[in-house]
Write a new protein. Structure first.
Length: 296
């Protein structure tokens, strides 16, 4: 189907974009890469009468690693982060997650900010934002504010973005030192949204025990989740296959996934547990520690 008719606005600055969104209220929708919005228009699941195209606004794109911080402009194409020099070596989880987003053509156009603002509960970027303690910069009619990812992601396709507010960029914390990370997911076909996905990041202390751990999941609830119970259980312990299984059980106990046409709740919970074990084992191996048998 073709989209319903709409007025097309192409502001050249953030101020103009915010003003246009404020003027048209619920009738207006911002557009970044259009990879989620345009299908919604074509299926007539969204019927905005005004589209505010963000692509002509300068200064909202670009990604760079600065010390322990990955800075990403909201209009940065997902593919540009995927190809950022040195990122795979520094934090493989980020690149592995992005590689699972649709296909290259979608990542060439789809933006990081668009993915987070759209807030699909199976979007890989939502797991990265949670696992890497992202801080998101928003600007709107009331001015600018910064929101942690844990507060930004609220529920299915629902974020903390207020009326007329735009996401302008984010900063992710990418630990240095003896850290390893891994992102794994299960989807029916490559490029499909995940049935379940897991990002794991582990930092080892001087003794080779777990100093810090982060475990974030997608596809298993109304939004991406970080499982504090599993992270706490891991800290201070020797990284072994038994410990990873304990952490997986802690994750499974916390989850309350839905059944749908793609998978039952039980199956999603099972897959999540398997992926947590494997992602932790790989993350620890990449950090240069642990029980190699745990990687099986
Ligand atoms: C076939 C297909 C497969 C896909 N598979 C996956 C997948 O496996 N995993 C995955 O995560 N995604 C997947 N996607 C979605 C893709 O990642 C989109 O690019 C992304 O969800 C939206 O980014 P966008 O820049 O295209 O945003 P748009 O489609 O332009 O916008 C999406 C929504 O976000 C809002 N928005 C956009 N930018 C901003 C901003 N800066 N501030 C405030 N609001 C904003 C828009 O108003 C709109 O509501 C898939 C898409 C397609 C078409």
């Amino acid at each position: 189907m073709k989209p319903p008719p709409f007025e097309y606005l192409a502001p050249r600055s953030l101020d103009e974009a915010v003003a246009a969104l404020a003027e048209h209220g619920d009738e207006a929708k911002a557009m970044a890469g259009g990879q989620s919005l345009v299908p919604l228009l074509a299926f007539r699941l969204a019927r905005p009468s005004v589209i505010v195209d963000l692509n002509g606004i300068g200064g909202l794109d670009g990604a760079r690693l600065d010390g322990d911080t990955l800075e990403v402009g909201a209009l940065t194409r997902q593919r540009d982060v995927e190809r950022l020099p040195g990122l795979r070596e520094r934090c493989p989880m980020i690149v592995e997650a992005i590689e699972q987003v649709g296909h290259v053509a979608i990542r060439n156009r789809g933006t990081v900010g668009g993915s987070l603002a759209h807030a699909d509960p199976a979007a890989e970027w939502t797991a990265l934002a949670l696992a890497l303690d992202a801080e998101l910069d928003l600007v709107g009619p009331g001015g600018a504010r910064t929101v942690p990812a844990a507060e930004f992601l609220i529920s299915y396709f629902t974020t903390a973005l207020g009326p007329g507010e735009l996401l302008t960029g984010l900063r992710l914390n990418v630990p240095n030192g003896r850290s390893g990370s891994c992102f794994l997911e299960l989807a029916r076909r490559h490029g499909d949204f995940a049935i379940a996905g897991v990002g794991a990041l582990v930092t080892l202390d001087g003794e080779g025990s777990v100093g810090d751990a982060r475990v974030a999941l997608i596809g298993v609830g109304e939004r991406a989740v970080r499982v504090a119970a599993a992270e706490e259980l891991l800290r201070g312990r020797r990284p072994t296959a038994e410990l990873f299984a304990e952490a997986a059980a802690a994750v499974q106990a916390e989850l309350d996934p839905n059944s749908d046409v793609h998978a039952t709740a039980d199956y999603r919970r099972h897959v999540a547990g398997v992926l947590v074990r494997r992602a932790l084992a790989t993350a620890v191996g990449r950090a240069g520690g642990g029980d190699r048998d745990g990687a099986a």
